[in-house]
Design a protein. Structure first.
Length: 444
């Protein structure tokens, strides 16, 4: 009789320690998400966002809270979360491709560590820009009659706010790195995952208090379960490319012929395009909405803020286009067909039915056929919250959790975490999380 997989997780000391450490770090992250920045009156802030919610004008606040688990509406020390770091990673990956000097650094011994350091320094700059923009948002709230700022000296308040929020964001990145190194892995993704899950209780309570009809709730719940099944089906799918290696002589040893395969996921870039696209739109959205709060803001700032409303048509069209772009871009960077074909040829391998000089062309063709439907599927999931909100009248807080980036992140991080736990259990000769003892991927 198979033993309890949950019990097996806590029998293995290494896995048990990693799980407890991850939970401890996530608890620290959640604690920091409710500690208000010095100089902010939390009670006035709560009243302001409650008034926005009652007037259905909290689209920007809900969007910002989405990635940081309510830290934005609390004006907490973890206000920005890990999003500045993700934005900087995008910029660095683009820079490595564009600038040959950076590419040479990345290919040197220890080059990836240098690139990571550059990303850290760049993250500080992005944090300063976004935190500075948020001070205008705070003063915009102040000008609307909410005395949310308790420090009279504007210069002192802005400096304190920027330093606090920037430090908090870098601490959040460090906490994610600790989960990656000493926890169950995927630290940055786990931080976003924790922020999303933390919003579930409030979102369900808001749905219960809304006037949405029961039949619509049942229909959307069924849709939600079906979409989860589709996401899991898509995330676990693989296209296996067979590769045959001929006999070869290395030194005095002869290695026999063998056959293997290259596993290409149906969605090779996973959730990365969604996160990248959301990060790219976060910066202009933050700046526009923050400056639009000021009475001295130009008309074009207010117009840009309205255009970039997360539930608006323009924002969702831009989101779809960016998702498709980053799906192709990230896949070409991480799964470079030229490098894969080169490695196959250097090791005496070939794809059956394909001439060696056509290997790169064949791999590129297969990847393009996988990326397009995968990116369109991601784009459909991304706009799903807006459709649920418009068609069924669901509150924005619950609609965001029933689709879009949140759903992909929750399912993707959950599958990755299960795979890592599965590997640790098998390494210690324990049964896996499934009855068959292995989490398998489908072959398409």
């Amino acid at each position: 009789m198979a033993s309890n997989p949950i019990g097996n997780m806590f029998k293995v000391k290494e896995l048990r320690d990693r799980l407890f450490f991850t939970l401890l770090i996530l608890a620290v992250f959640r604690l920091g998400s409710v500690i208000t920045v010095p100089g902010i009156d939390a009670n006035v802030l709560i009243k302001y966002f409650d008034d926005l919610a009652s007037q259905n004008k909290n689209a920007f606040a809900s969007y910002m809270d989405f990635f940081v688990g309510g830290a934005f509406s609390n004006f907490s020390i973890f206000l920005l979360g890990v999003m500045p770091y993700i934005s900087m990673q995008i910029i660095m990956q683009l820079a490595v491709i564009i600038f040959p000097s950076l590419k040479r650094i990345a290919q040197e011994d220890g080059g990836q560590r240098k690139i990571a350091q550059y990303s850290r320094f760049g993250t500080i700059l992005v944090c300063i820009i976004q935190a500075w923009a948020m001070t205008f948002y705070a003063y915009g709230v102040q000008q609307q009659g909410y005395n949310v700022i308790v420090i009279d000296n504007q210069i002192f308040f802005k400096i304190l706010f920027v330093i606090t929020v920037t430090t908090g964001s870098m601490i959040t990145v460090w906490l994610g790195d600790q989960i990656t190194a000493r926890g169950i892995g995927n630290g940055i993704s786990m931080m976003i995952f924790a922020g999303i899950v933390a919003r579930l209780p409030n979102a369900i309570a808001e749905l219960a208090q809304s006037e949405v009809q029961l039949v619509f709730i049942i229909i959307v719940a069924i849709m939600f379960l079906a979409i989860i099944a589709l996401v899991i089906y898509e995330e676990s799918g693989q296209r296996k490319i067979p590769v045959h290696y001929a006999k070869r002589v290395v030194g005095r040893k002869m290695y026999g012929a063998q056959s293997t395969y290259i596993p290409f996921k149906v969605n090779p870039s996973n959730v990365i395009p969604l996160i990248f696209a959301s990060s790219i739109l976060t910066l202009p959205l933050t700046l526009a909405s923050s400056f639009a709060q000021s009475q001295n803001a130009s008309k074009w700032v207010g117009t840009l803020s309205r255009i970039l409303t997360p539930d608006g048509l323009t924002y969702n069209v831009l989101l779809i286009l960016l998702i498709i772009f980053f799906a192709y871009f990230y896949t070409q960077v991480t799964l470079n067909p030229t490098e894969i074909a080169k490695n196959i040829r250097e090791n005496g391998g070939s794809i059956p039915g394909v001439r060696p000089e056509k290997t790169e062309e064949k791999l590129t063709q297969i990847l393009n056929r996988l990326i397009l439907p995968g990116s369109l599927f991601l784009a459909l999931i991304a706009v799903l919250p807006t459709l649920i909100q418009k068609w069924f009248g669901f509150p924005q807080s619950i609609s965001q959790l029933m689709g879009g980036t949140s759903l992909i992140i929750m399912v993707g991080v959950d599958l990755d975490t299960m795979s890592q736990i599965e590997a640790l259990l098998k390494m210690h000769h324990q049964e896996g999380l499934t009855k068959k003892g292995k989490i398998r991927s489908r072959s398409l």
